[in-house]
Design a protein around this ligand. Sequence first.
Ligand SMILES: [Zn+2]
Length: 437
Amino acid sequence: MGVDPWLPTSPPRPPTVLNEPSSELPVQLLIDQHTKQWDEIKLAAYIDPSDHYLIRKIYLPQTDESDNYLWNLTTDGQYRVKSGYWQALTMTRTEDTPQTPLATTPDIAANIWKLDISPKLKHFLWRMASRALGVADNLRRRNIHVNPYCSICCTELETSEHLFFSCTNSIAIWRTLGISTTMLPDPAIAVDNKLMYLFNIHQDHSLPQISRYASFWLLWYLWKSRNNLVFNHKMMDQNVISTQILSDVEEWITNTSPQSDEGHEVHRARSQGTKWTPPDQGWVKCNYDASHHDGDRNSGLGWILCTITGAFLEAGMGKFQGRATIEESECTTLIWAIQSSWGLGYRVVDFEGDNSTITRLLNNKMTNPCLQHYLNTIMAWCSRFTAIRFTFTFREQNSCADILSKMAVDSNQLYALFNVCPMFLYLVVNSDLTFGS
Ligand SMILES: [Zn+2]
């Protein structure tokens, strides 16, 4: 256990053993022979704690498989002459770690004009950031005597912070949109910081488009809704607002060309449409996705089963120690999705994920030494289904599973199963139903 390089690091290395004589012991000792899982007590007894998370990232198949070697310098673990030659050439080079550039000073205004949103919204955000909106707090600072309280909850003073982020009404709408609301409702955090947070989300291309764009339309509708109440004495219905936000975001995304910084990948995904596609007649579809994190951080997994009309059936999310690669995380998620679907009684299932490598490997029955244990497990499960298929989709059409896997990482539960659609998925599931082609 302390001699062979078996940890999933780059390059692989042996773990640090706590006392030298145990170096020669077999790794098998660290595996609980009944559960086929890593034995935490043995890990604690033999291995330095800083290496535990790396060991937990290694998948242990539930059936006995023989050991083999992996070539670490190709993605599939198979040795190629070209790769070996390249390694030989670079072996003498010193490794220089790339430096992360320092974050630039946040500049709210500059960030607003860079956003990929309508000019109307940019102007609105700019007024909000420069305290020019006619909320009670701003007006009173200019000695205009208006009712200082929030017209919606009537309990707190109406500041921009309160109206847009911490009013109970607003919190409910943020939740519906599935935007992680840990810091947004905190009244102690300044509006500027919250806006910066939303700008960062907007730039994060790994998130579903709806999460990246919806917050700006949400702020706009909160403002419209507030004005409608103050001036017309009409309260807008939350569901109407949510649906309106969604349809506006849809319209914006479909009708604008991608910004130059977004690259052709996004362009291609967009041209495919952002819609989930229903399974064939007689099938249910299970979308799955992993939210992979390197290092000693949890990864998330999520899956969701829907009918041919896009109606919600079941969903699950969970967090786990993670794996060494994205492909391994995706395989782990798929295995859980398959087991859950089977356990829930579904026998004709289309498993759809956004990792093309995995779908290709499964459909072409190809081998891949790095993933072989996973592929074998998946193939073994296939025979239990009446019909099973694996399809690839773009990330944009896999947004429910994507949201679940990301929510799982932030959740304080280890895993959760849903037999009714959770609120944070409601809008996205609903959009597949309502706006689907
Ligand atoms: Zn309020």
